[in-house]
Design a protein around this ligand. Sequence first.
Ligand SMILES: C[C@](O)(CO)[C@H](O)COP(=O)(O)OP(=O)(O)OC[C@H]1O[C@@H](n2ccc(N)nc2=O)[C@H](O)[C@@H]1O
Ligand SMILES: Nc1ncnc2c1ncn2[C@@H]1O[C@H](COP(=O)(O)OP(=O)(O)OP(=O)(O)O)[C@@H](O)[C@H]1O
Length: 325
Amino acid sequence: MGRYPGTENEECSVGLSETARGNDGDAVAVDVGAKINPHLGVGPVRADGLHELTTVYQAVSLYDTVTVRPGKRGAGISLAIEGEGAGDLPTGEDNLAHKAAKLLALYANVEPDVDIHLRKRIPVAGGLAGGSADAAGSLVACKRLWNVDIGREQLDQLAGGLGSDVPFCLYGGTAVGTGHGEKVEPLETQASYHWVVATSHTQISTPECYKEVDRLRENGIGRYSDDIRELCRAYRDRAEPDELAHLLVNDMEAAAVSLRPDLASVMHGGLEEGALTAHVSGSGPTVLFLARDAQHASALARRVKMRGGVRAVLTAQGPVAGPEA
Ligand SMILES: C[C@](O)(CO)[C@H](O)COP(=O)(O)OP(=O)(O)OC[C@H]1O[C@@H](n2ccc(N)nc2=O)[C@H](O)[C@@H]1O
Ligand SMILES: Nc1ncnc2c1ncn2[C@@H]1O[C@H](COP(=O)(O)OP(=O)(O)OP(=O)(O)O)[C@@H](O)[C@H]1O
């Protein structure tokens, strides 16, 4: 069993290294879960270039760990990354965890002298909001490190300026997202579901996937799924996984498959192996399979892996709580 409830992935059961969590009392470490969209309705493009969304978010048990420590006076923000995709990610101002720390320091009028360490387990550019999770973790950890007095609404606003998924990553759990995804309303549910998460060797850029949605729409393919009532009811009523399977929607799926046609055979393979349903996660290319329970998820993950054509196959359970420092 992993160190997080509901996960047995090796990636998640590895104890944190000393560099990640240290022994110094000044370090603040937070775990932030990946995001999935059980419903992702994509509407028209707005005047600001972003698409109107009606989405249901859920945080699942694949975690990045963000650790912050006081840096040398005047040294600014330093960032080190280990784990999933570490070599490919920016370590400077382009990193979302860096941006988040800088933004909070500006808000709080404190010197941003902080050493940030990211232990990444969330696949990069996989449609699982790994960068957004790190931004949310950095906000929460730096808030604690610098004792920043900031209300929920203002924190949400800073998060929304960093990216559409960042406000949800602050909340975790299950939530409804509107606007361009930044307006988040928590959705209470006692239900818990088990997923198989099949990651990919290549990445899909989020803006490219949105552009492909638009291109397909111009050709009459796809429509805005803006009705989430049945899905919200199912979450409130603790629907059985079989019922939930029929209610999941992703308006970006056709675009992701158009950009990466091999995803269709990954989905088809999982269904043949007994998945209740298969969907692209967000803007892809990760594929999610819904399982009946934890045992079914483990068995299904093994079978999906044996079929090949994917990078890694993980299991995850959701919802999980948001980051706490
Ligand atoms: C696909 C999702 O993950 C679903 O939750 C999100 O909508 C993407 O959220 P994100 O990665 O935080 O994206 P952002 O950093 O806000 O935006 C990246 C780019 O995606 C496109 N974008 C994003 C959100 C949105 N509602 N409409 C868009 O068209 C825009 O081209 C934008 O420049
Ligand atoms: N801390 C970070 N972790 C991951 N990616 C980051 C980070 N900071 C910046 N990025 C950039 O963001 C890009 C998208 O990465 P991310 O893992 O967030 O994608 P994603 O899961 O597809 O996002 P979303 O689901 O929100 O669309 C990466 O290619 C990378 O260049």
